[in-house]
Ligand binder design. Structure first.
Ligand SMILES: Cc1cc2nc3c(=O)[nH]c(=O)nc-3n(C[C@H](O)[C@H](O)[C@H](O)COP(=O)(O)OP(=O)(O)OC[C@H]3O[C@@H](n4cnc5c(N)ncnc54)[C@H](O)[C@@H]3O)c2cc1C
Length: 354
């Protein structure tokens, strides 16, 4: 049992949560609810939600600063890194797999004492700094939200099978792998059009496949795309299947007007039909943009003091491993300063000092 769940209760000395609650209740000192409330308080200095690049970086920093740190992860440490085969834009590594980078992030955070638990956060009460999972409730002094997000899928045959082998959801990450090749981009919003223009820096030809005749994207972007000779518009059309042998070799397109189908020979498919931030567990209002990304100040603090956000969950220009790690560094340092101020105000010891 970790020392961080032993509490000094004054006249009872040190005891574990259940033992403290039972004793205080038996002595008639407090009600069960109040005892539980007392025991839960400051179980960890910092709780981090999500063990992707942002969560693991934040954990490294807070644990290294001797703050008791718990990372709660619903699946497995790594986040979107686990969906990334080859990374060649993380400084210090010519190339590294997502899995290898995950292992390094995880090992380093744990070496400084961060605890990682595989538990899904089901409820977060930001003002109380209270986190609930299916198994337990956790109290912290500061919270760092690093639960990222995920690209919306087309859910067509071949999409999953060829992910990382020609199917991509990130132009900045993977564009350079498609030099002089033929690709398709699926989508009709700003991201699809903007990323198409970006991708023409690398590719020989790009089909922009959109199910309607009109784009949701800004007019200026569409005009720019129309002037680009490498972009061919495939409108009123949907992609139905992606295929190949080891890597992507073709995709089938169906006209929504005529139902005619044709095959495009290509080596890559980029899908930009939306990105969904993981924030469904937040139970009180935290300021966010219309798409649900959390708004923060320059210290990564959200609209609730002591609650910080880092990485893909945060509204920002770009979503990369480097930006996730950078955000997390700031969030961790800001959380530490927040806790210092809290302690000065209440003269409470850190969980490690108890
Ligand atoms: C296919 C793909 C390829 C990419 N390639 C590159 C690349 O080559 N280079 C690059 O720099 N970037 C790349 N990116 C972007 C990069 O992976 C992300 O920017 C980065 O992973 C963001 O880190 P994060 O920690 O903010 O979020 P994530 O990586 O999304 O991690 C969030 C974590 O939180 C967990 N979580 C969510 N909800 C809960 C909950 N309720 N309770 C507990 N845990 C929860 C998730 O399971 C996940 O593990 C790629 C992205 C994708 C999708």
């Amino acid at each position: 049992m970790s020392s961080s769940i032993f509490y000094h209760t004054g006249f009872l000395g040190y005891c574990t949560v259940p033992a403290c609650i039972v004793t205080l209740k038996a002595l008639g000192v407090v009600t069960l609810g109040a005892a539980a409330e007392l025991m839960r308080r400051y179980e960890y200095d910092v709780i981090i939600i999500g063990a992707g690049p942002a969560g693991l970086t934040a954990a490294l920093y807070t644990a290294r600063s001797k703050l008791s740190t718990l990372v709660l992860e619903k699946l497995a440490p790594g986040g979107q890194l686990l969906n990334t085969e080859k990374i060649e834009d993380y400084p210090g590594f010519d190339t590294i797999t997502g899995l290898a980078l995950t292992e390094k992030f995880e090992r380093q955070a744990q070496a400084f004492g961060a605890q990682i638990k595989i538990e899904e956060v089901t409820d977060l009460f930001p003002t109380q700094k209270l986190v609930r999972t299916h198994d337990a409730e956790y109290q912290a002094k500061a919270i760092i939200i690093a639960s990222g997000g995920y690209p919306r899928k087309l859910n067509i045959p071949g999409e999953k099978e060829f992910a990382g082998r020609g199917v991509s959801y990130c132009a900045l990450c993977d564009g350079a792998f498609f030099r002089d090749q033929i690709i398709a981009v699926v989508g009709g919003g700003d991201s699809a059009v903007e990323e198409s223009i970006f991708l023409t820096k690398y590719v020989r030809k790009l089909y922009l496949v959109h199910r309607r005749n009109e784009f949701r994207a800004q007019k200026i972007l569409i005009e720019r795309a129309m002037k680009n000779e490498k972009i061919a518009f495939v409108l009123d059309s949907v992609m139905e299947e992606i295929g190949g042998t080891k890597e992507v070799e073709w995709a089938t397109i169906r006209s929504v007007k005529t139902n005619d189908r044709h095959k495009l020979d290509l080596q890559g498919v980029f899908i930009f039909v939306g990105y969904i931030p993981n924030h469904e567990y937040i139970r009180e209002h935290l300021a966010h943009d219309p798409e649900g990304y959390l708004l923060t100040d320059t210290n990564m603090q959200t609209s609730v003091p002591g609650v910080f956000a880092a990485g893909d969950i945060r509204q920002q220009l770009t979503r990369q491993i480097t930006t996730a790690a950078g955000d997390a560094t700031t969030a961790a340092v800001a959380a530490e300063k927040y806790i210092e101020k809290l302690q000065q105000a209440t003269a409470l010891p850190t969980a490690r000092e108890r």
